[in-house]
Design a protein around this ligand. Structure first.
Ligand code: C5P
Length: 293
């Protein structure tokens, strides 16, 4: 995330989307969540947030997407309330959210907005919250929120909130392909039967470290993809289009619980070409994105 102090009492921030390059389910837990192992990266597709101090002590949110709630059911408001209560501060904030990351796409836009809100309010209200405390707060808001405190790349375990940051060392170029239909994460997990022999992440990590884009492309894996495609058969055409994309990609996958897909590209130029080709098909919007140092 990018967090900028504009003037005293005014912070501007950019919350990135994420992709799951590897996602395996290890089992179902007694609390109803699933134990998972995932490699996540942030990409340069951002929601924009503005935070203006409010001396009244109130927390309020305005959003340019009329389909999103602006009450406490929005993760941004929930994050603001959590850090306000945790710190005991009497300060308030007016938050403005400009959405660019599509909802119900497996890109964790809402979780990223929440994580960015924690960091931005820590700055705006001069709280100096220790990182482990921010991570604990993040874990109580949603499974994917803590990851964004350790971006751009991490292995996530538990229900997603146990985060081990890793170095990638070289930029990764993708084409992102987002169809208009969205998928509910809870609905996808409800249909899931955890595998008897989960796929270990080590093979994927070896390919990632090798710097060989084709080997990495062949190691991309998402246990949730067949389930999402069974719930929403319209996704099969989206998958086929990205698999057959020209110029050919090093690999492709659905992100998280869907509905967005991404292709791994050899370089920035190939990602741009693929975005133009996929965008012309009328199946959704496409753009070239990058993760990396
Ligand atoms: O934690 P979050 O609110 O983002 O999760 C949304 C839903 O996805 C949960 O209610 C749960 O049904 C499912 N989920 C799961 N196991 C995980 C993460 C999410 O079953 N590790």
């Amino acid at each position: 995330m990018i967090v900028l102090d504009r003037t005293p009492g005014h912070v501007e921030a950019f919350a990135p989307a994420k992709l799951n390059l590897f996602l395996e389910i290890l089992g179902k837990r007694v609390d109803g969540y699933h134990e998972l192992e995932s490699l996540m990266v942030t990409i340069d597709l951002y929601d924009r947030l503005e935070f203006v101090a409010d001396p009244s002590g109130q927390i309020s949110l305005e959003c340019d997407d009329p389909n999103l709630p602006t009450d406490a059911s929005n993760l941004v408001v929930r994050a603001a309330q959590r850090i306000k209560n945790d710190s005991g501060t009497s300060q308030g904030v007016r938050i403005t959210l400009n959405k660019k990351i599509p909802a119900q796409a497996g890109l964790a836009g809402g979780s990223s907005d929440a994580a960015t809100t924690l960091v931005a309010l820590d700055r705006l209200w001069e709280l100096e919250t220790p990182k482990h405390r921010l991570e604990n707060l993040a874990g109580t808001i949603g499974s994917d929120v803590a990851f964004f405190l350790s971006a751009p790349a991490a292995i996530c375990r538990g229900r997603g909130e146990q985060v081990e940051a890793i170095e990638i060392g070289h930029p990764l170029h993708f084409v992102l392909f987002c169809p208009p239909m969205g998928l509910s994460t809870a609905a996808v997990y409800r249909q899931l039967k955890p595998p008897d022999s989960p796929r270990p992440i080590e093979g994927f990590l070896k390919a990632l470290r090798s710097g060989d884009s084709r080997a990495l492309g062949q190691s991309l894996f998402n246990r949730l993809q067949p389930i999402a495609e069974a719930i929403e058969p319209g996704l099969l055409g989206v998958r086929k289009a990205i698999e057959e994309s020209e110029p050919s990609l090093d690999g492709s996958l659905m992100s998280g619980s869907g509905s967005a897909y991404f292709g791994l590209c050899h370089d920035e130029g190939a990602a741009g070409h693929a975005a133009r080709h996929l965008g012309s098909l009328g199946l959704g919007w496409a753009r070239a994105v990058t993760c990396g140092p």
